[in-house]
Design a protein around this ligand. Structure first.
Ligand code: PEP
Ligand code: MG
Length: 588
């Protein structure tokens, strides 16, 4: 039966494929595709894990049999029997084999996927006793996973794209069809892992439009919807789904007519993209001759290639925290970071690279399992520069690595989330200290321009302090909106109130741009607002000439730039920001 689920549009386009459900309860489990040659080895890993648990239960059964009825109640013996039975269950074993062999899922993913399939069947059982056995099954699978950690083999995920045309898709209903990922939640680190994989689209139950998960999804340039509430409950493994990333909609089990309609729209979208690629080498200059800088936001050094392909004239935001995530707390050392930054700098072929120091915290935990449950309010807690200043040794390591990479090209050093004069002072003296350390060691390093993110209203309201201490400013609208409007950017429940066009937000953005321009300091916007082509004219009218965004958004924004006349936009933009209802003036 066809039904649709509404969420928030995150990344444009249409994806059609089969649903792959990621078990959120096992968020710590790696999900990647294996090489076909590794299928047997992967099945063996599960088998070894299962056998280890079977042995463990046998040992337990043996010791229980030595005890008297008081220490070993009947329930315990019965429970061990149930666990053994579940471990030997054909459905578990054959299902896991199916996911590994036919879908090339890694062993842990196959196991948790099959757990999800069986758990749903347990949920539907009439008999309460049987229904409750689901918890036993979960325990058994947890144990296998624990054993498997010890026998895990490092396998690199393949990078072959799986995308197929609609025509192929209708003809071929076997294994090689596009896959769309459905999850309750995905951490930014999860998303990074999926970056190398083959999904044609994403849907998550939770998240706002500018949550970091959504940002990474957008950087993958594939259709995505977040905040789809109960999508992961309603969709079943392998269901056919359409993701409409423009409307923020998912259609499950679509009819042939709907499929044909969306197939048509998918092709139209592809044609539009192809048309835009013609602008790749066109300089971004407005009709009245204003030069505009279109920069790329990247998460990993390897993204530099995509930035060059998209025609970016530099990197305006390298979110360095992605180098720190998903490493079980083993943070990258100076050499590893230096190599990564150097790769990004060299990848940009002489164009400038703005490296932002680590912004860990809030919805970007170091590890998925370390979701910040300890802070009362993680967005207001030890995040970004606060986290760095709290661990000067870690911060100095990063600063040295960035300064060293600056010997290989033009590097700008950007500091996130500053608000206080004391934070600025500490940061600047740590940068001096890092230079002195490199001098003492005789290690070469290069000059950097120093920048501060304006993403807390307090910073936007004390610009003088920032302009005195920094060479350039970069407006992080994602957080500026979050902190101005008191809307958690990752919370879909308040996503309707997250408004880049709120007069208070526009006032802070406009004043920051105007003040920087007046003082001849560089200013750019690197939040999601910069990559939204519907805001390009407004930002140009406010005097912005430097935009940083996902590479995939550059050409659409460039098209707007080429069609704009800033001399006409300027008075109009003033009207927009002075209005009580800027959206209505903008869209008039
Ligand atoms: C922002 O806040 O706008 C920004 C660019 O930083 P991040 O999205 O990484 O918080
Ligand atoms: Mg930010």
């Amino acid at each position: 039966m066809t039904f649709s689920i509404h969420g928030l549009p995150v990344a444009r386009g249409i994806a059609i494929g089969r649903a792959v459900l990621v078990a959120s309860s096992r968020a710590d489990v790696a999900h990647y595709f294996i090489e076909p040659a590794s299928v047997e080895a992967e099945i063996e890993r599960v088998r070894a894990g299962r056998n280890a648990v079977v042995d463990e239960i046998h040992r337990l059964q043996h010791s229980v049999s030595q005890m008297g009825p008081k220490e070993a109640p009947h329930e315990l013996t019965a429970l061990l029997d149930v666990h053994l039975m579940l471990l030997q269950d054909e459905m578990l074993i054959s299902g896991v084999k199916h996911w590994i062999t036919d879908r090339l899922y890694n062993a842990e993913w196959a196991l948790t996927t099959q757990l999800e399939v069986i758990a749903r069947q347990f949920d539907e059982m009439e008999d309460e006793y049987l229904r409750e056995r689901k918890a036993d099954l979960e325990q058994v699978v947890e144990r296998i996973l624990r054993y498997m950690k010890g026998v895990a083999l490092p396998i690199t995920p393949p990078t072959t794209p799986h995308r197929k045309t609609q025509q192929d898709l209708l003809l071929d209903d076997t294994v090689d069809v596009p896959l769309v990922l459905i999850a309750h939640d995905l951490s930014p680190a999860d998303m990074l892992q999926f970056k190398q994989s083959v999904f044609a689209g994403f849907v998550t139950d939770v998240g706002g439009k500018t949550s970091h998960t959504a940002i990474v999804a957008r950087s993958l340039d594939i259709p995505a919807v977040v905040g789809a509430r109960s999508a992961s409950q309603l969709v079943r493994q392998d269901d056919w789904v359409i993701i409409d990333g423009d409307a923020g909609l998912m259609i499950v089990d679509p009819s042939a007519i709907i499929l044909a309609e969306y197939g048509f729209r998918q092709r139209q979208g592809q044609l539009e993209r192809e048309r835009l690629t013609r602008l790749r080498h066109t300089p971004a200059i407005t009709m009245d001759g204003q030069k505009v800088e279109l920069l790329a936001n990247i998460e990993m050094p390897e993204d530099a290639a995509g930035a060059i392909t998209a025609g970016a004239v530099g990197v305006g935001l390298f979110r360095s925290e992605f180098l720190f995530m998903g490493r079980q707390g083993n943070l990258p050392g100076e050499e590893e970071q230096f190599q990564a930054y150097k790769r990004a700098v060299e990848g940009m072929q002489g164009l400038p690279v703005t490296i932002r120091t680590v912004d860990i915290g809030a919805d970007k935990p170091l590890d998925k399992s370390q979701k910040d449950g300890t802070s009362l309010n993680p967005s207001l807690g030890l995040r970004a520069i606060r986290w760095s200043l709290n661990d000067p040794a870690m911060f100095l390591t990063q600063l040295r690595a960035i300064l060293r990479a600056a010997a290989y090209g033009q590097v700008n050093l950007l500091i996130p989330m500053l608000a206080h004069a004391s934070e600025i002072r500490q940061t600047l003296s740590l940068i001096d200290f890092a230079r002195a350390e490199l001098d003492n060691r005789g290690v070469p390093y290069g000059p950097v321009k120093l920048g501060a993110m304006i993403e807390i209203p307090a910073a936007a309201l004390t610009l003088k302090l920032f302009l005195k201490n920094f060479d350039f400013l970069s407006i992080g609208t994602n957080d500026l909106i979050q902190y101005t409007l008191a809307i958690d950017r990752a919370d879909e429940a308040v996503a309707h109130l997250y408004d880049p066009l709120h007069p208070a937000v526009l006032r802070l953005v406009a004043d920051t741009i105007a003040e920087c321009n007046a003082q001849g300091k560089g200013v750019s916007v690197c939040g999601e607002m910069a990559g939204d082509a519907s805001h390009t004219r407004l930002l140009l009218g406010l005097g912005l000439r430097s935009f940083s965004m996902h590479p995939a958004q550059i050409l659409a924004v460039k098209q707007e730039v080429l069609r704009s006349d800033t001399s006409r936009l300027q008075p109009w933009a003033q009207k927009v920001i002075e209005s009580d209802d800027p959206a209505s003036v903008l869209n008039a």
